[in-house]
Design a binder for this molecule. Structure first.
Ligand SMILES: C[S@@+](CC[C@H](N)C(=O)[O-])C[C@H]1O[C@@H](n2cnc3c(N)ncnc32)[C@H](O)[C@@H]1O
Length: 245
């Protein structure tokens, strides 16, 4: 019998788009504008782009932007959107751990909305090494992660809601001494329940800074959200800007 797909394949199918409708193009446009003001420049890779909303927002601003993602379902969704003309030939399927680009291919790389911390310690480090490899020296990196302190303080162990006319059950917990946040999702569709797990490693700011340095990426600045506020215990996000050494 074939082994089950890993969680990061199961979790990012069509259902993801219906469960997280607020992760839309409007928000992506605001976030892209913030990143440009923070120093994003040159040819851009949107790593783990999903359905390409930030890639599109950057293309609208005239950037030579490319998106890469593992999910064929999310990539296919991009072709149904209004901005498809700008994205045509710009989205590709690939794995963040083995990027299909030559070294120094990009002036900037963005990894947005908690798309890091999926592959275990060595896998995550491999992603950082790949990021460093494809960035030009002096290149700009933006990582947008969960803030561990905020997650621990606001974790809702169980919630029940309705999404797209179907009941949605979500259980959340911390594992590995609080370093891993786990969400079990059950969506009770008419056709039968769909279940998946999301399991993301939380990185403390200092720990992340060390991992970036080890990969050849020099941390420059951290923010607590896309409004430029400083990172604090109560910040919803952990935004890290780094430079390729
Ligand atoms: C939380 S979503 C964020 C998507 C997008 N950045 C956004 O803001 O809408 C995480 C994305 O990582 C992608 N992903 C998971 N594992 C991956 C891998 N090994 N290589 C590339 N992308 C991956 C998923 O398919 C999913 O689209």
């Amino acid at each position: 019998m074939a082994a089950a797909d890993p969680w990061y394949v199961e979790a990012f199918r069509e259902g993801y788009l219906q469960l997280y409708p607020h992760r839309d193009l409007g928000a992506a446009r605001r976030e892209a504008a913030f990143l440009v003001a923070r120093g994003l420049r040159g040819r851009v890779l949107d790593l783990c782009c999903g359905f390409g909303r930030h890639t599109l927002a950057l293309r609208e601003q005239g950037f030579d932007a490319i998106g890469l993602d593992l999910s064929p379902e999310l990539l296919a969704h991009a072709a149904q959107g209004p901005g498809w003309e700008l994205l045509r030939g710009r989205l590709l399927r690939g794995d963040a751990r083995v990027l299909p680009f030559a070294e120094r291919s990009f002036g900037s790389l963005v990894n947005l909305f908690s798309s890091f911390g999926y592959f275990g310690e060595e896998g995550d480090r491999q992603v950082l090494r790949e990021i460093a490899r494809v960035l030009s020296p002096g290149g700009f990196l933006a990582l947008d992660l969960m803030n561990p302190a905020f997650v621990r303080a606001h974790l809702v162990p169980f919630s029940e809601s309705e999404r797209a006319g179907a009941r949605l059950l979500e259980s959340r917990s911390l594992a590995e001494g609080g370093r891993l946040v786990r969400k079990d999702v059950e969506w009770q569709l008419e056709s039968g329940p769909v279940r998946w797990r999301e399991e993301v490693r939380l990185y403390e700011p200092a720990e992340l800074a060390r991992a970036l340095e080890a990969a050849g990426l020099r941390p420059r600045e951290t923010c607590g959200d896309f409004d430029g506020s400083p990172l604090a215990q109560g910040s919803p996000r952990q935004l890290v800007f780094a430079e390729r050494v």
